[in-house]
Ligand binder design. Structure first.
Ligand SMILES: C[S@@+](CC[C@H](N)C(=O)[O-])C[C@H]1O[C@@H](n2cnc3c(N)ncnc32)[C@H](O)[C@@H]1O
Ligand code: SF4
Length: 454
């Protein structure tokens, strides 16, 4: 049996290390300290971690029912961490145990009277932990705020982020928040994490506040808008929308996607939960029925449901070589980088511009003979700009989401990309893709139409 307790550290606001999982988050494995003789090596040699190691080695779950109910517990996997690892997948930390909201299924308020120690994680302790990790040559895959409470209630959140960058400059940092704050108040120096995961379950105040009690949806939306507009090192903004029975109408889900597009966030997750308020309309069983209308939306699930985000399947261009011969008028370059099949939809990504670098007026994407869909254009493509610097076009990218044709005649689909400009007739670029068998690749050979300049 195995679990990830030796590769994912979980530091709570009171300075205790605990199991990071849901059932074991109140188990103390050891304590951190700001003293210069405190070390991570010493932590892994402390009583709590020794007990876990000894029990797993003998084939027993260290905390009985707490372990067997835990999603991180792997009863059939051999114990992998007999010797301490120098590679930590993640360091999770809880900057603050305080929160102004009262979400009904969050155990924070109930645990507050009995949780010992400070509510805010000490910056001195945090610095000592990071220094020890670095001095002992640990690699840290990423940093994530987690646990209970909201990290943005900590008055020194920027110091926490800056300290991580000082010791582990290349490890990405994610902060998960309810975003009921003004961005500028929390990050006055502009020290943002790499990623903001923003919990906003609903678009309308009436539905939002049924779970996010005391919360204000307008403030949370404004927080995301502001985060997208910052200059310099801009954080990725992911909107996390938990599907409850009070916020799962198709109207609200579609409106939330329109809002996500308008706010220009990087993605919108519709999350299935296991808690009692969960949606009765949508679950992992009918994920394909979710009304997904925006290319940045994807479904996800809490770990209890063991539902993993459905990975898009990359399609293989079938005979793009043959099509290279059938040249349309010589006034544009069009490239389809990828076509991915996902939850009954096709996501098409690529770039296009006139051979003089000019922008299209609009672009259309059409699967087989279905009605064409207008693509989003003007997306930043630094790689294309670097390849053709003289054309001075940094925003040649496009993407579109289209439904799989209803009347698929076989294992292929024809995607036609149409480039429209004010200078010429529309230029059509059709590519045939194989729909199966499933090809799982992150990158695929681009289907390209390169026309000589001029
Ligand atoms: C305890 S919260 C702490 C972070 C922050 N206060 C927030 O709410 O985003 C940790 C995570 O639990 C999620 N969460 C809260 N209630 C949930 C529920 N009923 N089902 C699934 N996840 C939930 C939050 O969205 C958040 O991502
Ligand atoms: S906002 Fe987060 S920490 Fe606060 S009550 Fe809700 S789930 Fe818990």
């Amino acid at each position: 049996m195995n679990c990830n307790v030796f590769t994912v550290l979980h530091l709570r606001a009171n300075g205790q290390f605990s199991c990071g999982c849901d059932t074991g988050h109140e188990i103390n494995l050891g304590a951190a300290s700001a003293q210069s003789d405190w070390t991570v090596q010493g932590l892994f040699a402390s009583r709590g971690y020794c007990l876990v190691r000894a029990m797993f080695r003998r084939g027993y779950a260290p905390w009985g029912g707490i372990c067997t109910r835990c999603v991180a517990y792997q009863p059939d996997v051999p114990f992998a961490y007999d010797r301490p690892e120098k590679r930590l997948k993640q360091v999770q930390f809880e900057p603050s145990f305080a929160c102004a909201l009262r979400c009904p299924s969050c155990p924070r308020a109930e645990l507050a009277p009995s949780r010992p120690g400070p509510v805010f994680l000490s910056l001195a302790i945090w610095r000592r932990v990071l220094q020890s990790l670095r001095d002992e040559h640990y690699e840290v895959g990423s940093f994530l705020t987690t646990g209970l409470g909201d990290p943005l209630t900590h008055p020194q959140l920027e110091d926490f982020i800056e300290t991580i960058r000082e010791y582990f400059p290349t490890s990405p940092i994610t902060v998960n928040t309810n975003a009921n704050y003004r961005l500028a108040d929390v990050f006055p120096r502009g020290s943002y994490p790499d990623r903001l995961l923003v919990s906003v379950d609903g678009l309308n105040q009436r539905s939002y506040e049924q779970y996010r009690i005391n919360g204000d949806v307008a403030t949370a939306l404004e927080f995301m808008r502001d985060a997208r507009r910052v200059s310099g090192r801009r954080p990725a903004v992911e909107w996390k929308y938990i599907l409850f029975r009070h916020n799962d109408s198709d109207e609200e889900l579609i409106a939330a996607q329109r809002k996500a597009e308008e706010l220009d966030v990087d993605s919108l997750q519709f999350v299935f939960t296991h808690t009692k308020e969960k949606s009765l309309r949508y679950s992992p069983a009918n994920v394909g029925d979710l009304p997904i209308v925006w290319r940045g939306t994807y479904p996800d699930g809490t770990c209890h449901l063991r539902f993993r985000r459905t990975e898009p399947t990359a399609l293989t261009p079938n005979d793009s070589d043959a099509q290279r011969g059938s040249s349309p008028p010589r006034r544009a370059r069009i490239q389809v980088d990828s076509v991915q099949r996902w939850a009954g939809r096709l996501i098409v990504r690529g770039w296009a511009m006139g051979t003089d670098g000019s922008r299209p007026r609009r672009m259309l994407v059409q699967p087989d003979n279905d009605p064409p869909v207008e693509a989003r254009i003007g997306l930043v493509r630094e790689d294309v700009w670097q390849a053709y610097p003289a054309l001075e076009n940094r925003t040649s990218g496009f993407d579109a989401m289209v439904a799989l044709p209803t009347s698929l005649s076989g294992a292929q689909v024809e995607i036609t990309v149409t480039y429209e400009s004010i200078h010429s007739d529309p230029i059509r670029f059709p590519v045939i893709y194989d729909l199966g068998p499933a090809v799982r690749r992150s990158r695929q050979a681009p289907a390209a139409l390169h026309l000589p300049q001029g």
